[in-house]
Design a protein around this ligand. Structure first.
Ligand SMILES: [Zn+2]
Length: 331
């Protein structure tokens, strides 16, 4: 192992250490690590991140979590292997259905949807048991599933990255003397105990992730990043690009919430999905106007709301919980 891997393994030893198991041999996981490295490389040249030493890897832990840490002058981003298992399994389950997102590729090649009772699944073992059963036969749908996976990982890594460059982990070390900041606080670890403060830093991290994703999408449109030729029709302009990108992002928010309850605002560490999705749409308007000088706010927002409806339909088909349209009440 390299020095960085040894330190990563040591820093996250309570969580399971570095993941070097069989699942990492899967192409999806290799591409995730490769993508994370490329993202970090890109950000190292940006103004805010100059001189920061950041290492990203996978933690050998099958619960759903991600974490940033610091040891010496080096920062670490750890993503639990459980997150990768969840995303792979659920995304391929979606696209291997002949009634979900049927406008993508040829859905008639797919099978009847295999429902799961609760889409906010936390029991990764049940997903591991049927890990390879949901590969879709249609190449466009397979490419779309990979794009969804990549987009969500990008969002997570950028979100964690924000916890570093916005000073959250340093603040954590200075105030509560803990060198790890988790997305979901484990019972054995010490964390911040002020939900309003926690939700504020989470929204700040989301805001950065949205901005970072927009730049990546813009570069994709400009041809700086390769896109699977089968998916090119989805990147022809901002409207189609954002509509396609928001499908996986809303899917990601939705994995972590169903039936948004405003009272949970007072005690949870993360904002409810309705607030996160509202921030995305507001931020898109702001960034498109100020950074990309694109005046069509309303049209772009409406195209993203269309994506929300498509994913709510998806969850309605895939799980037995029904739709959750409370997020849209805010509009
Ligand atoms: Zn966070």
């Amino acid at each position: 192992m390299s020095d960085q891997e040894i330190e990563f393994n040591h820093l996250f030893r309570e969580e399971g250490g570095i993941y070097r198991g069989k699942i990492v041999e899967q192409t999806q996981f290799h591409s995730m690590l490769f993508l994370a490295d490329k993202l970090i490389e890109g950000f190292k040249t940006s103004e805010r991140a100059r001189d920061l030493d950041i290492y990203v890897d996978v933690i050998d832990n099958f619960s759903i979590n991600a974490c940033v840490g610091k040891k010496g002058e080096r920062y670490y981003i750890g993503i639990n292997v459980g997150v990768l298992v969840l995303l792979s399994n659920m995304l391929f389950r979606m696209f291997s259905s002949n009634s979900i997102l049927t406008e993508v590729g040829d859905a008639s090649k797919e099978r009847v949807t295999r429902k799961i009772h609760d889409a906010q699944i936390r029991d990764i073992q049940t997903l591991l048991d049927d890990f390879n059963e949901d590969l879709t036969p249609d190449e466009t749908r397979l490419a779309a599933a990979s794009f969804f996976f990549k987009s969500i990982i990008e969002f997570i890594v950028l979100h964690e990255y924000a916890h570093i460059i916005d000073g959250h982990i340093d603040y954590c070390i200075d105030t509560i003397r803990v060198c790890k900041l988790f997305e979901i606080q484990p019972t054995y670890a010490v964390g911040f105990d002020n939900p309003v403060f926690q939700q504020t830093i989470e929204l700040q991290a989301d805001d950065f992730a949205i901005f970072g994703c927009l730049h990546l999408l813009h570069d994709t449109q400009l041809g700086k990043f390769p896109v699977n030729p089968l998916l090119k029709p989805y990147f022809k302009d901002w409207k189609s690009t954002l509509q396609f990108w928001y499908l996986p992002i809303y899917t990601y928010f939705r994995f972590f919430g169903h039936l948004n309850q405003p009272h949970s605002l007072k005690k949870s560490s993360h904002p409810i999905p309705a607030v996160r999705s509202y921030l995305v749409l507001e931020s898109l308007d702001h960034f498109l106007d100020n950074d990309f000088h694109l005046p069509d706010h309303e049209e772009v927002s409406l195209s993203c709301i269309e994506s929300i409806f498509k994913i709510e339909d998806t969850f309605d088909q895939m799980s037995e919980q029904g739709k959750d349209l409370k997020a849209l009440v805010i509009y």
